[in-house]
Design a protein around this ligand. Structure first.
Ligand code: NAD
Ligand code: 6OD
Length: 486
């Protein structure tokens, strides 16, 4: 049973406010709860609590104890797996089979990996000769950056929130989290887990609300926040960067994408289809790393399009509990309208519709949900808006290519630079292509295969900074040099 009232979590307490907004479930668009919107006062209270925790028990805690607490968090999320699963699926409508495999396990794993990193990371050391014939030693010492504001999107709510909160806490920071207004449940539920395992109050805080003139803006402009980490749209990231300029505060930005998959004729065909199906349609296409542009070497083009079409048409839309569901709804009616407007635009821009293009016929109350059909186009010019702009829905355009140079030029001709998937059996070509693609993440013969020790982030307008493994330490700690004359 998921909660009807979703409160803020401030200083270890669940806090209501005088202002509520509706929590809807995307399968039917029905209101299933209400969310207490944090105003300036609640955001201020959360930031103060976070500062106090930093100055108190949490700041003074040994690394070994912090690591123990993070490991206890992992165990408790795992204990309450089904509650997290229900909460995430109520908010997003995604199939439980997907969330049970990706969202919730990664929600726990994000604490484990960074507990391991901080336990094991070495520091640099240099010895130098001094002019008086003696010497000095230098070592790097990391301390927490302070109170971190964590602004989250709705597509993988727990996974993407803990991807920031895990390293932030592991490094000894405190956080104020602003979940997406669409998906507040798992962030608030995590508050219960924090209390249960004994994370000191004030270390983890959650404020609910929207962006401009609401909790998001109040948090990012609060002078008590030392650093801002954000996942979401590039335009929002720009606003957050502007807010962070006041006080010259550091930002880590993980933003939009318009990712290309490149399929060579020598690929393992079945693997390429399986991977491209997931990269185009998993999570109803709402994955920043997802593929919306597929380039296929000409000899394979017709066969590839036919197989992708068959795969897309076999995806059964269904509710989270439906074990046969291959695809859930989009997140909201607003997002459904946006995606459908691109479906229309594609035809105006001259696309050939291979499959989809509309709303599936759903029974009963599901008719009011945020469903769209998985959609494939061919035939668009590279200048089309549908080729250039992020749709963030279950759709892709497939185009043929004849040479590496041609496909590289096309794939790189975009303002975004997040991820790519290259499908080939030719190892030299795989390396060549991966090196020349203007992206932060290049997969070869795979997609969304994640080793959490590796650098994660986007180039161009897809992001600023890298997180993951030791790279997260660059953002969540201040590295100080200590120089000792001997
Ligand atoms: P969004 O930018 O609309 O919202 C993200 C968060 O920012 C929400 O919590 C929202 O309330 C808040 N927000 C909005 N305006 C704000 C403001 N002015 N000040 C402070 N906070 C503000 O993004 P979304 O629609 O939730 O998520 C989808 C987008 O996220 C897509 O573009 C997708 O590519 C991107 N994304 C990127 C990554 C990545 O790792 N690069 C991961 C997931 C999603
Ligand atoms: O796997 C991750 O760590 C990560 N940040 C995934 C982002 C997915 C975007 O929708």
């Amino acid at each position: 049973m998921v909660a009807k009232d979703i409160l803020n979590f401030i200083d270890g307490e669940f806090v209501a406010t005088g202002k509520w907004f509706a929590n809807r479930t995307p399968t039917t668009n029905a209101v299933i709860g209400r969310v207490a919107e944090a105003g300036k006062a609640e955001v201020d209270a959360a930031v103060r609590a976070a500062r106090a925790a930093l100055a108190g028990h949490w700041g003074a805690m040994t690394l070994a104890r912090r690591v123990e607490l993070l490991e206890a968090l992992v165990a408790e999320i795992t204990n309450r797996f089904d509650e997290f699963l229900d909460a995430e699926c109520a908010d997003t409508g995604k199939p439980k089979s997907l969330a049970a495999h990706i969202d919730i396990p990664r929600g726990a794993a994000n604490f484990k990996i960074f507990a391991d990193v901080v336990k094991n990371v070495p520091s640099e050391f240099f010895e130098m000769a001094t002019p008086d014939g003696r010497s000095a030693i230098n070592y790097g010492y990391r301390r927490p950056v302070g109170v971190v504001g964590v602004i989250c999107p709705w597509n993988l709510p727990l996974l993407l929130m803990t991807w920031k909160v895990g390293p932030a806490l592991a490094c000894g920071n405190t956080v104020v989290v602003k979940p997406s207004e669409e998906t507040p449940r798992t962030a608030v539920l995590l508050g219960e887990v924090m209390n249960k395992v004994g994370i000191p109050k004030g270390v983890y805080n959650v404020v609910n609300g929207f962006g401009p003139n609401s909790a998001g803006e109040f948090l990012t402009t609060h002078p008590g926040v030392d650093a801002l980490t954000f996942t979401g749209e590039t335009r929002t990231g720009e606003s957050i960067m502007k807010a962070a300029a006041t006080g010259a505060r550091p930002v880590s930005l993980e933003m939009g994408g318009k990712n290309a998959a490149i399929v060579f004729a020598d690929c393992d065909f079945d693997a390429a289809i399986e991977g491209t199906m997931r990269s185009c349609f998993a999570n109803c296409g709402q994955v920043c790393l997802g593929t919306e542009r597929v380039y296929v070497e000409r000899p394979l083009f017709d066969r590839f399009v036919a197989a992708l079409k068959a795969g897309a048409e076999a995806l059964k839309p269904g509710v989270p509990d439906d074990a046969a569901a291959g695809i859930g709804p989009l997140i909201s009616k607003e997002h459904q309208s946006k995606v459908l407007s691109y479906y229309k635009l594609a035809l105006v821009e001259g696309a050939t519709l291979v499959t989809g293009g509309g709303v599936p016929d759903m029974p009963g109350e599901l008719k009011d949900g945020c469903w769209v059909q998985p959609t494939i186009w061919t035939g668009l010019p590279e200048t089309a808006r549908v080729i250039k702009e992020e749709v963030f829905g279950p759709c892709c355009h497939v185009a043929p290519f004849d040479s590496e140079d041609e496909v590289l030029a096309k794939a790189n001709d975009n303002l975004y630079g997040l991820a790519t998937s290259i499908w080939t059996r030719d190892l030299s070509r795989a390396h060549r292509m991966a090196q020349k693609m203007e992206v932060g993440l290049a997969w070869v013969n795979s997609w969304f295969l994640r080793d959490l020790r590796t650098p994660f982030g986007g180039s161009k307008q897809s992001g600023i900074g890298r997180e993951g493994g030791v790279h997260s330490l660059e953002f969540y700690t201040e590295l100080k040099n200590v120089c000792i004359k001997l």
